[in-house]
Ligand binder design. Sequence first.
Ligand code: C2O
Ligand code: CU
Length: 465
Amino acid sequence: GAAALFPWEGLSGSGSAAAAGDLAETVPFAHALPLPKTLTPLTRGATTDVYEMRMREADVEIVKGLTSRVRTFDGTFPGPTIKACQGRAVEVRQYNDLTVNAAVHLHGGEVHSEHDGLPMDVIAPGGNRTYHYPNKQRAASLWYHDHAHHLEAENVYKGLHGLYLISDAEEKKLPLPRGAYDVPLVIRDARVETDGTLRYTRPSDCPHMLVNGKERPYFKVAARKYRLRLYNACANRYIRLRLADGTPFTQIASDGGLLERPVQRDELLMLGGERVEVVVDFSRYSVGQSVVLENTGALPTERPEVLRFDIDRRSTDNSEVPARLSTLPPVPRGTVERDFELRTFPAMTINGVSYDPDRVDVATTVGSSEIWTIRNVEAPLPAPPDFHLYHSFHTHLTYFRVLERNGQPAGVRDSGLKDTVCLGPGETVKIAMTWGPYTGQYLYHCHQLGHSSGGQMGRIDVNPA
Ligand code: C2O
Ligand code: CU
């Protein structure tokens, strides 16, 4: 039968099970944590850094001893990291050497519509195009990934994603951990079979957790503070992260960059596309100790371990987490109100309709300040797996603030500038944003990518004021 491409199949009764091979057995902590390589610009102009990447298949080791064929940006899994600075533009020429369409979207990027990687605006196999990123926005941990119509879930799952980090003067002045102590952790699930196949299938059949492309690695750390940039890059599931000994995280940033003040978090529920940046002080441990980062959102049939930190050396540490990190722009006052209802059954829809690139779902204008009420109408299930009843509501072009969750003022998990917001079964959130600064066609969608590929996506046109 056809592969199970949709996470909701099991409950809707539609579709057949995956013709899956046997799941590869794994030994935890068999790999050292790799760090994605930083891409070097081809040229550095007066205003713009120019890069080039080739999307192509590659063979990589995800599970120790097995070779997996993946889809990559530039041969690495995940793709290379682009480091950008506020005020300096970046241009990336992307060559598509794959056999499928691809569209490159900069998630969290404030970019012109024609560079947004819209679902129909694809690079065909053999083609190339240059994306322009102005980088006028504040420091934040972004990522780039495929967005081709109906293909994004499988393309991203197979490896088409990489990091894009923007820094700015304000962030550089802070005494936060930097350099080797500022580490991205890109977390995602996978199903690797005994022959090495990385199979795209429903998340309940994807028990392998990868960090930076390797199955449950270990990371040797010094007994000092680290800044960890956590990404949920899973195609179709949430993760709940905690340190196994209960040590809290100090959260310093969310999707849209620094919070105003650090907050303590015991557990981080992250949906697809979400970023949380934390500082962890490993000086509380002695050399020789280890602490495991675990996913308490793992299924009962899965292992909770994600990554093991091995404290292997002492170190000096001049870094600090200041009590005041940043000042956020004022919360948009919101003079236009809109309502959105996300459904899983009987089909993936927003306000009853699936995505149609030719239909304008929302027409707005530059500068329009809006309050959106978003509802997840599905009822909770008695037992897991319930991944497909969660939604991760994401807007292109602009960040938003979460005002309310289920009628209560937003709490710490929703703080800061966001471009994704988690909706559990039955939940309602209110968010506020101002549209702009650019005009043209953009998207809002669920960032469980099986859902967006299945149509849980809308078109917003931002018109000149
Ligand atoms: Cu990361 Cu339209 O998505
Ligand atoms: Cu969804």
